[in-house]
Design a protein around this ligand. Structure first.
Ligand SMILES: Cc1cc2nc3c(=O)[nH]c(=O)nc-3n(C[C@H](O)[C@H](O)[C@H](O)COP(=O)(O)OP(=O)(O)OC[C@H]3O[C@@H](n4cnc5c(N)ncnc54)[C@H](O)[C@@H]3O)c2cc1C
Length: 418
């Protein structure tokens, strides 16, 4: 049979490694095109975004529209303006900018519903399996086999690596392609609307807020509340406060827990030392606008996210395709991670079409997506230069200067117009 003809009696089989946003998007799109899909997720429990807010772009809705799911409507809270405050709390800029703000949990729930199972059912078994960690893979002309820590194996026509920025699959296929620390961290948090400082609520809650202390940046915006509640009074407020942290000293200390263990790349939120949280809160009083400092104080469990750049040199390895953060991680200033994951998934199914020549289709996918991934990472690096502990090139110094200006920051942050 010609390699270009699909044998309709035997659906093509894809195994997706990683059951987060990119994995579900790729799995859903492949399944909608007749693939038999198995998703394997390492986590032993249901995934949760721990309060991560997500800004969205038109491109995300366009990519999600291919899922043909009614569940993907009403995905977030709409804001109409961006506003910047100086460190004493005075307004230093305001622009009109319409954008929908959602949260990781909201998107994940919508995708999971589209997968066909709702919370409380036998999620984590069947074709979406929890507690299933990949540790090896082999491939030949006939197929690719994923090997899991529990001793099981899955053989498929295609393996989609949606296993995030520390991707095991990438470490197997391209061990030298690693994330690079950007020189700063984001302190993150989310508070219930009811806990938002009452005296600032009217002016600040419904807008995308910016604070620009020297060499730092605070951003905050409203998202849906618990249980995806979007009623006024029941929403939540999400923020990220970017601060420089030298890798060898400040970052190493931030990643060291109370037992003296220094964690690699990130630290689980419950292990962040209380002294670091107390110091961060005290710094908020000294550094941020009083409105933003009050929000930081109202946060019960702030957490820390070191910021990395990751640029894969390849996205296709025979029958293996990298999607989402496994291939490219851009600093969060473009707010493109989810959009990029959705576009990767869509480009992948487009490239695969009806062909049985998977390696050739994946090379076409790579040709299409590599330049876009690189472009987003470069843009995010440009926007983040202002927060870096060390500026090394003239380009970085120029970008840092530009992004201290409120107008430039408000116009260019979380925008895909570049
Ligand atoms: C501070 C910050 C702010 C952000 N803000 C935004 C924003 O506003 N807008 C936006 O679009 N994006 C944002 N992002 C990025 C966004 O969250 C991600 O790009 C997006 O969720 C895609 O992630 P992913 O599915 O590729 O990877 P992940 O969500 O990391 O998922 C990878 C999955 O693979 C699993 N896994 C790993 N190894 C294995 C293995 N060996 N076997 C099986 N499973 C495995 C993991 O358990 C995990 O569930 C932000 C990121 C950060 C850090």
């Amino acid at each position: 049979m010609s390699a270009l003809l699909k044998d309709r009696a035997a659906p093509r089989h894809a195994v997706v490694i990683g059951g987060s946003i990119a994995g579900l998007m790729a799995g859903l799109l492949l399944r909608a095109r007749g693939w038999q899909v198995t998703i394997r997720e390492r986590s032993g429990h249901e995934l949760s975004g721990r309060g991560a807010g997500i800004v969205t772009h038109q491109q995300l809705w366009q990519a999600l529209a291919h899922l043909e799911s009614g569940a993907l409507r009403e995905a977030g809270v709409e804001v109409l303006e961006r506003l910047a405050l100086d460190s004493s709390g005075h307004e230093i800029g305001r622009i009109a900018y319409r954008q929908t703000m959602t949260s990781w949990d909201r998107l994940f729930d919508l995708l999971r519903q589209s997968w066909g199972q709702s919370r409380g059912e036998s999620w984590g078994e069947g074709d979406y399996r929890l507690r299933s960690e990949l540790h090896g893979l082999t491939q030949d002309a006939a197929g690719v086999t994923a090997h899991f820590v529990d001793g099981s194996a899955v053989t498929a026509d295609l393996l989609v690596a949606a296993d995030g920025f520390r991707s095991s699959v990438r470490q197997i296929c391209a061990p030298a392609q690693l994330p690079v620390y950007a020189g700063y961290v984001g302190w993150r948090g989310m508070i219930d609307e009811a806990d938002f400082p009452a005296s600032y609520h009217e002016r600040l809650f419904g807008v995308f807020g910016f604070g620009l202390p020297k060499g730092e940046q605070f951003i905050g915006y409203p998202v849906a509340g618990d249980g995806q509640d979007m009623r006024e009074g029941h929403r939540r407020y999400n923020y990220v406060w970017y601060r420089p942290a030298d890798e060898a000293t400040a970052l190493a200390d931030l990643l060291t827990d109370a037992e003296g263990v220094t964690h690699a790349m990130s630290i689980p939120p419950p292990l962040i030392r209380p002294a670091h949280i107390a110091a961060m809160r005290a710094d908020a009083d000294r550094t941020l606008a009083p409105q933003f400092a009050a929000i930081v104080h109202a946060t019960k469990a702030p957490f820390l996210q070191p910021i990395y750049d990751l640029e894969a040199l390849n996205m296709a390895f025979g029958r293996v395709a990298l999607v989402g953060d496994a291939a490219f991680v851009a600093r969060p200033h473009v707010g493109a991670g989810v959009t990029k994951a959705a576009e990767d998934a869509w480009a992948l199914v487009q490239a695969l079409g009806e062909t049985a020549d998977i390696p050739q289709a994946l090379r076409a996918y790579e040709d299409c997506r590599l330049p876009l991934g690189r472009k987003i990472v470069r843009r995010a690096r440009h926007l983040g230069a202002y927060m870096q502990a060390h500026l090394t090139t003239d380009e970085e110094r120029e970008a840092a200067l530009r992004h201290h200006a409120p107008e430039a920051v408000m116009t260019e942050t979380a925008s895909m117009d570049f």
